[in-house]
Design a protein around this ligand. Structure first.
Ligand code: 5GP
Length: 114
């Protein structure tokens, strides 16, 4: 059992505003939202970073994007647009070492990112 904050959210040891859950994936609102819509989509499997994804994880990683697409539609940002972000390690600013896909929307984003 992992001890990241996201493992604790999966185990329901700490609360989160959950917006999607199935046996493999959990999605919940970010505690410090960077946009009007800011959801974190995570695998229940403990994968620390993108560097730790294996071949066998390909369907699971694909599912994170399918959940992102579904939630974008539900939150009415599918047509206006949204950004999906997965930070890996320190230079990208990864703070929680349990793989997570950020779904951000409801405002315009600049490019390149800071
Ligand atoms: P990272 O920088 O690792 O890509 O993103 C981690 C994200 O997790 C941050 O956006 C941060 O606000 C969010 N976060 C950290 N701790 C918690 C928590 O306890 N609950 C929720 N809902 N989000 C969290």
């Amino acid at each position: 059992m992992g001890d990241t904050v996201f493992s604790k959210i999966i185990r329901k040891e700490i609360s989160a505003e959950i917006v999607y859950e199935d046996d493999e994936v959990l999605a919940f609102k970010d505690i410090a939202p960077q946009a009007p819509i800011h959801v974190l989509i995570i695998p229940k499997k403990e994968i620390p970073t993108v560097n730790d994804i294996n071949e066998e994880d390909a369907p699971l990683i694909g599912k994170l994007f399918l959940v992102a697409k579904k939630l974008a539609k539900e939150f009415n940002i599918a047509e206006s647009g949204y950004r999906l972000v997965m930070n890996c390690n320190k230079d990208a600013g990864q703070a929680v070492y349990h793989l997570h896909l950020h779904l951000l929307g409801g405002r315009k984003f600049s490019w390149p990112p800071g």
